[in-house]
Design a protein around this ligand. Structure first.
Ligand SMILES: Nc1ncnc2c1ncn2[C@@H]1O[C@H](COP(=O)(O)OP(=O)(O)OP(=O)(O)O)[C@@H](O)[C@H]1O
Ligand SMILES: [Mg+2]
Length: 1010
């Protein structure tokens, strides 16, 4: 920034408002010169940006430069077109107000370049939406296409826009470019058929001839020769890649059709005509006609006929009359102009279709107006008249929006205002456009009126009507000095920007812009899709005369003014520093002229007298209320009081601001910037507070939400679980009941659950109530279906217990039990005193070896003695009872009387043993009779008969030879005799010999069952 004084001396001030001598034009131009020398091409007048064409590439348009200007206050940083662009963009984003940037200046001053730079800024710096990123490319790529068709080299500018362009760039609420729309104004069609010396036609013709490959040119009937081969062209242009132009704008499929139209214009220019002996004009270049017919998709003969004849419709009747050579040539040119002009409009429409334009309220637009600047040539014609009229209108708008409205506003607000003299060009606008009396109205009238109207009659009419007007002069009307400067066929307008002489020649024709009906008819039948769309048959039906060119232009300008007036304008005034397109050349006269006609001095004077910023109380308070605790967050009182409180809090000095009736006016930009800066800082704190609150709120909500979520989830789980349980329970009950009903049926799906349940519960009952010992007879009662299983289980269980018991039994005890089992087998239920013997243990022997058995006997028997018991032996004769000892060894039973072994009975010779079923202790050992020594069977009695007999049976292995007799036992006596023992029950044990020689034994009964 040029902040220091020394810097300011060198490079001047960056805002003309800071000029000491702001009324001096010289000081103004000197400031411009200084800055231009230092390559500082941009300077402000308040918010208006003045630019001087550098005619060289400057390193000030890079992405880094764009970054520097993003979001920065207008005056904080050196003036730049990006600052202007960013300022409008921020207004769109923050205040959602539509903006427009009006770029004006004379031809070659840099308007188009400026509009491109602005577009570049938006497409580079603005955020993009995923689905509209292609819009950026299309916005950028629309320029080269339009320039190819609408720009041409002129004496003033090698790339002069020969049409006016207003482009809306549309942004969504986030500031992303989402669409666009282009309106074109008055293309200089006459350039198609004629160019001034040193100028050229539209770029596309040269680009086609130079860049089109041979096959393309052959298809179009063209040759890659010097363009001068084509009558409508001069000189060659630079080479361009045609495909690049068309690739982005979505009409690729029509590219060839488009080039056919371009080629057809060239062929039209080369059409030649001759006059035959009947004075009739005809086409002499059949090849051109053939090409034309092919390219335009029309019948050659029809085209030839239409070019050389004129069709008039009068009172419903068609009349065809031949045209003379001049008329034919002008008809041909008119057709060429019409085709090209309409195709250009079609092209703009196509670009618009590819750009998309939303009518939603959520979007805002920035309009870019790049329209031809004020033009003064040696010879000025209808086109210059229109262009300069357009500039008058824009100046009028500028006056409306800035100077006049500013002054009116101050008055309305009751703010002191130092009146600034300025020229209001409304008078000139009226001169041109006024109804009935304006130049356009008079021109239209001349075009329409019957009779011999001509350009000269038009001039005369102007003189008649406008003679005496302060801004209108003709040769006839002028005084001596001026008269010399105005030709006889000219009229002079004193524009706000300067005086311009217009030659009326061709005004009527150009205004009529006539295309004969039969030519239109032929075009309507064209097979070329573009031409077909450009010439609509409705045109032929419509009997009304079409609007003249001037009126059309007037109406489109009025439309443009309507668009612009609704938007907040920013201005860029472009200055051309020299006519030679040379960098560094600062031609003062030329620049002074532009400073004058751009109204820059006036602009400066007004800005210095007024205030830099104004806003309604409401908007001001709304925006800056966070800066004062009394107005934040809401001011409840009067708006004026609110604003007063706010500015007092902000320490505004009285000279810095005024409070009007509805608005606050701030004199210096600096004051506003300080306020903006404070707001920026405040915004951050507010944002942080809001963020905090929001996060807290969100967190709380989230936690609550989570808790509720978990609760509901858990309740859901529980509920589902409960429901499932209930369902299961109901199913179980149902199955149970059904099972209960069918419990006695064979197993089936209906009762299997019940039966399983019964089985399970019974098994569980068994498990809980298993017998603890072998003798425990208790066993749960089984359900009918399990009777068999239960018995089996019981059996298993007892066996188990027995097994267990057996495993735990000691050898002695085992021996005991084995003997008891044998005893049981033998005596259980057979002998009366058996039950009494059961609980009494069998002993190893009843006679102690050392005490009771004689030593001699023991020595005889050795250690073979296993069991000894005292017995009573009854003699075979007389049954005398004798005490004896019965000793059992491993192989013999020995009867001992003290020290004498009385009898040895070999177990093998023992035939059996008999006992009674009574409770007596008698037992008889039956011996074989054959042995000589045997004196018969042995009758013994013992107190431990069960034990003794059992041991004997085991040892002698005579378990199955034990007889239990009921009433008597017969036994053998010596020599084959037989003795009998009779057993009878009695009160007590008595043994007597009966008379019949029997031994009678009475024994008491112990058990009644036996
Ligand atoms: N900012 C710039 N930097 C470098 N060169 C520039 C700049 N602005 C303009 N020029 C040069 O000046 C030439 C003319 O500029 P431009 O075409 O923008 O003029 P214009 O005002 O649109 O004229 P016209 O009214 O004829 O269309 C450009 O081709 C370019 O060479
Ligand atoms: Mg231009």
């Amino acid at each position: 920034m040029e902040s220091t004084l020394s810097a300011r001396d060198r490079v001047g001030v960056q805002d003309f408002l800071l000029l000491e001598n702001y009324t001096s034009e010289a000081a103004f131009i000197e400031n411009l010169r200084r800055r231009y020398k230092e390559n500082l091409i941009y300077t402000y007048i308040g918010s208006v940006l003045v630019s001087v064409n550098p005619y060289k590439e400057l390193e000030i348009y890079s992405k880094q430069h764009m970054e520097r200007y993003r979001g920065v206050n207008f005056y904080e940083i050196s003036p730049h077109i990006f600052a202007l662009a960013d300022n409008s963009y921020r207004a769109v984003r923050t205040e959602r107000r539509d903006q427009c940037i009006l770029i004006s200046g004379e031809s070659g001053a840099g308007k188009t370049e400026a509009s491109k730079k602005i577009l570049q800024y938006y497409t580079t710096m603005c955020p993009t939406r995923h689905n509209t990123h292609y819009i950026r490319e299309r916005l950028l790529q629309s320029n080269p296409v339009l320039e190819a068709f609408g720009n041409a080299k002129t004496l003033r500018n090698d790339n002069s826009s020969r049409f006016g362009k207003y482009m809306d760039v549309q942004f969504d609420y986030k500031g992303a470019p989402i669409g666009g729309h282009i309106i074109n104004y008055l293309l200089e069609k006459s350039r198609v058929v004629h160019q001034n010396h040193g100028e050229r036609s539209f770029h596309i013709f040269y680009q086609l001839l130079e860049s089109g490959d041979n096959s393309l040119l052959t298809r179009l009937g063209l040759q890659k020769t010097n363009p001068q081969h084509y009558h409508y062209l001069v000189k060659v242009c630079v080479c361009v890649n045609l495909k690049v132009y068309f690739s982005f704008v979505c009409f690729c499929e029509r590219t060839f059709e488009l080039l056919k139209v371009v080629a057809s214009v060239l062929h039209l220019g080369n059409m030649q005509f001759g006059v035959d002996e009947f004075e009739e004009t005809h086409v002499t270049t059949d090849t051109q006609l053939k090409y034309l017919a092919e390219l335009l998709g029309v019948a050659g003969s029809a085209l030839s006929e239409a070019l050389t004849h004129k069709k008039l419709v009068a009172k419903g009747e068609e009349m065809i009359s031949p045209l003379n050579l001049d008329q034919v040539l002008s008809a041909r040119d008119a057709l060429a102009k019409a085709i090209y002009g309409r195709t250009f409009t079609w092209l703009v429409q196509k670009i618009n279709q590819s750009l998309v334009y939303y009518t939603s309220k959520c979007s805002s637009v920035i309009g870019l107006l790049d329209i031809y600047g004020f033009e003064v040539f040696q010879q000025n014609s209808f086109e210059q008249f229109c262009i300069n009229y357009c500039n008058e209108k824009l100046q009028q708008l500028f006056i409306e929006l800035t100077l006049k409205s500013e002054q009116e506003e101050y008055e309305a607000e009751g703010i002191g205002w130092e009146t600034v003299e300025y020229f209001n060009n409304k008078i000139i606008c009226d001169l041109v456009e006024e109804k009935f009396r304006g130049i356009i109205a008079i021109l239209d009238e001349e075009c329409l009126r019957p009779g011999d109207a001509s350009d000269i009659t038009f001039l005369e009419k102007l003189e008649d009507t406008l003679g005496g007007h302060a801004h209108f002069v003709t040769h006839k009307l002028a005084n001596g000095k001026t008269r010399k400067a105005v030709g006889r066929e000219e009229f002079r307008l004193l524009h706000y920007a300067g005086e311009v002489n217009y030659n009326v020649t061709g005004f009527l024709d150009k205004n009529n812009d006539l295309l004969y009906r039969n030519l239109k008819e032929v075009m309507c039948q064209s097979g070329n899709q573009i031409v077909k769309q450009c010439f609509h048959p409705d045109e032929l039906i419509d009997q009304r005369r079409p609007e003249t060119a001037a009126t059309q232009f007037k109406l489109s300008l009025a439309g443009l003014m309507d668009i612009l007036i609704l938007k907040e304008p920013s201005y860029m005034r472009c200055i051309k520093p020299n006519n030679g397109k040379q960098p560094g050349q600062f031609e003062e006269v030329l620049i002074r002229h532009q400073v004058k006609y751009l109204g820059l001095m006036e602009n400066l004077r007004v800005r210095r007298a007024g205030f830099a910023y104004r806003r309604s109380f409401e908007a001001f308070l709304q925006r800056y209320k966070p800066l004062c605790p009394d107005t934040w967050p809401n001011w409840r009182g009067q708006l004026l009081d609110g604003v007063s409180t706010l500015v007092k809090h902000l320490n505004y000095k009285p000279e810095e601001y005024r409070l009007g009736r509805t608005k606050i006016f701030i004199r210096f930009p600096k004051t506003l910037f300080l306020t903006e800066d404070a707001l920026e800082i405040r915004k951050k704190t507010i944002a942080i507070t809001l963020q905090k609150c929001w996060r807290g709120y969100r967190e709380r909500n989230m936690t609550l939400f989570k808790v509720i979520m978990i609760q509901s989830w858990w309740r859901g789980v529980k509920g589902r679980r409960r429901a499932r349980h209930r369902r299961q329970a109901a199913d179980t009950i149902r199955m149970f009941i059904k099972g209960f009903i069918l419990r006695n049926e064979p197993r089936c799906p209906g009762n299997e659950y019940f039966l399983d349940h019964v089985r399970f519960s019974y098994l569980m009952t068994i498990k809980r109530n298993l017998p603890k010992s072998v003798l425990d007879k208790a066993w749960p009662r089984p359900p009918p279906s399990l009777t068999e299983a239960s018995a089996y289980l019981h059996h298993l269980c007892i066996r188990n217990l027995v097994n267990d018991y057996c495993r735990k039994v000691q050898p002695e005890w085992r021996n005991q039990l084995e003997q008891k089992v044998v005893a049981s087998d033998m005596f259980k239920g057979q002998k009366d005193n058996y039950p009494q013997s059961v609980p009494r243990l069998f002993v190893g022997t009843r006679l102690g070896n050392n005490e009771e058995i004689n030593l001699k006997v023991l020595q005889t028997l050795g250690s073979d003695n296993k069991y000894g018991v005292a017995v009573t032996k009854y003699d075979r004769h007389g049954y005398r009872a004798r005490p004896r000892q019965l000793l059992l060894t491993a192989s013999t039973a020995v009867l001992v009387q003290e020290s004498k072994v009385k009898q040895r009975i070999d177990y093998t010779s023992l035939l059996g043993v008999s006992v009674s079923c009574h409770s007596d202790g008698f037992f008889v050992l039956h011996l074989p009779p054959a042995t000589s020594k045997q004196k018969g069977d042995l009758v013994l009695q013992c107190d431990h008969v069960i034990e003794t007999v059992t041991k004997l049976a085991i040892m002698a292995e005579k378990i199955h030879n034990i007889n239990i007799s009921q009433d008597s036992i017969k036994f053998a006596l010596a020599r084959g005799k037989e003795g009998v023992i009779d057993f009878t029950p009695g009160a007590e044990l008595r043994v007597i010999k009966t008379k019949n020689g029997h031994l009678a034994v009475m024994a008491p009964r112990i058990s009644s069952s036996v």
